[in-house]
Write a protein that binds this ligand. Structure first.
Ligand code: AVI
Length: 312
C-alpha cells in the first residue's frame, strides 16, 4: 500500500535532488501548518481573506440570486474554517439547499460540519471526506450543483495544473451546474509582496514548517535557523513565488529517503506559486471546457474577485 508518508518521502527525494530544488506547497498543511495558515488569514497584510469576506458579506444576497433560487446542492472544495462560506450561505433558502463541504482530511470535515450546524442549524449540512472529483462524480442528486472553490486556492496551481483541474471538474458537472471561484487579482507589488512576507514573520514560519515537517515525519536533520523565507512577485506576469533559501553551505540527511542533500549558500528551494489573475488569464485557463463566465463580483478596492461559471 502506498501511504501518504511514502508519497511525501518520494516527493522530497525528487524535489531536493533536482538541479532547481522544489517542494510542493501541498505539504504545508499538517496540523502546525494549518494553524499557521489560520494566523496568516488574520494578518493585516494578508488582504485576500478580508476582500473575499467583504464580497460575500456585502454582495452575498446578489450572489445567491445570481446562482438561482431553485433547489440546490452547494458543494465546497476545501472549506477551511467556514467563516466566509457562512456569510454566503446565510442568503439561501434553507428549505431548498444542502451544503456539503468536501475535504481529504476527516478532521477538517468533522470541524466544519460541527461549526456550520452551530451557526446555521436550519441548514442541511452533510460533510464528505474524500477526493474532490470522485466525490462530486459519486454525488447522487437530481438538483443543480454549485461548487464553491474560494480563497484563491486555484492560484496555488500553475496555469497548466489549473486548466487540468477545472477541466476535470467540469467533466463531473452536469449542464446547468455552476462554480463560484474566488480569485486574487493582479495588482502592484507594494500590496502583494507584504501579504507573502509579513512583518510578524508568520509566513516565514509557515514556509519553514515544511522543513520541520520533513524532520518530524521523515527523520530529517534540517537546522531551520540556517534557512530563510523568501517571497518574490512579478507584477507583469502576476505571480508571487515563495522560496526557502539556504543561509550557508550545508548538507542535510533524511533517514526516510536514505539520502543526503547539499545546499550552497544562497541556494533556493521553490515551495509555492500564488497566481494572481485577470479575466484574460482565467478565460485562457477555461478555454476548451464548456464553462461560461456568467457573473463577476469584486470588493470595493478591486483586489479580489468571485466569479460564477455555468456549464452550458
Ligand atoms: C491557500 N493559498 C491561497 C494561500 C495563498 O495566498 O497562496 C497560501 C499562502 N501562502 C502564503 N501565504 C498564504
Amino acid at each position: 500500500m502506498i501511504t501518504e508518508k511514502t508519497l511525501f518521502a518520494q516527493h522530497v527525494e525528487k524535489g531536493l535532488s533536482s538541479t532547481q530544488k522544489f517542494l510542493s506547497s501541498m505539504y504545508f498543511y499538517d496540523k502546525k501548518g494549518e494553524a499557521l495558515f489560520r494566523e496568516i488569514m488574520n494578518l493585516e497584510e494578508y488582504y485576500l481573506t478580508d476582500c473575499e469576506m467583504e464580497i460575500l458579506r456585502v454582495q452575498g444576497n446578489e450572489i445567491a440570486k445570481a446562482i438561482g433560487d431553485e433547489p440546490l446542492d452547494i458543494i465546497e472544495l476545501g472549506a477551511g474554517d467556514g467563516i466566509k462560506t457562512k456569510e454566503l450561505l446565510k442568503h439561501f433558502d434553507f428549505e431548498n439547499v444542502t451544503y456539503s463541504p468536501i475535504d481529504i482530511s476527516e478532521q477538517a470535515i468533522i470541524d466544519i460540519t460541527a461549526k456550520m450546524k452551530e451557526w446555521l442549524p436550519q441548514l442541511n449540512t452533510k460533510g464528505i471526506c474524500g477526493d474532490y472529483f470522485k466525490m462530486i462524480g459519486d454525488f447522487k442528486s437530481d438538483r443543480k450543483k454549485v461548487i464553491l472553490f474560494l480563497g484563491s486556492n486555484l492560484g496555488n496551481m500553475t496555469d497548466d495544473q489549473a486548466r487540468g483541474f477545472l477541466g476535470q471538474l467540469h467533466q463531473v458537472m452536469n449542464t446547468g451546474d455552476s462554480i463560484l471561484l474566488g480569485l486574487d487579482l493582479i495588482k502592484s507589488e507594494d500590496i502583494v509582496l507584504p501579504a507573502y512576507s509579513d512583518s510578524k514573520g508568520v509566513t516565514a514560519q509557515f514556509n519553514l514548517n515544511l522543513l520541520e515537517r520533513i524532520n518530524r515525519e521523515l527523520g530529517g536533520d534540517f537546522d531551520t535557523s540556517q534557512f530563510e523565507h523568501l517571497a518574490t512577485y512579478n507584477e507583469k506576469e502576476g505571480i508571487a513565488k515563495s522560496f526557502i533559501r539556504s543561509k550557508t553551505d550545508q548538507t542535510v540527511i533524511i533517514k526516510e529517503t536514505e539520502g543526503s542533500y547539499s545546499f550552497k549558500k544562497g541556494e533556493l528551494i521553490h515551495t509555492e506559486v500564488s497566481r494572481k489573475y485577470d479575466l484574460d488569464i482565467i478565460r485562457k485557463i477555461i478555454d476548451g471546457t464548456s464553462l461560461q463566465l456568467k457573473y463577476q463580483f469584486t470588493d470595493h478596492r478591486q483586489y479580489f474577485t468571485n466569479l460564477i461559471f455555468t456549464k452550458i
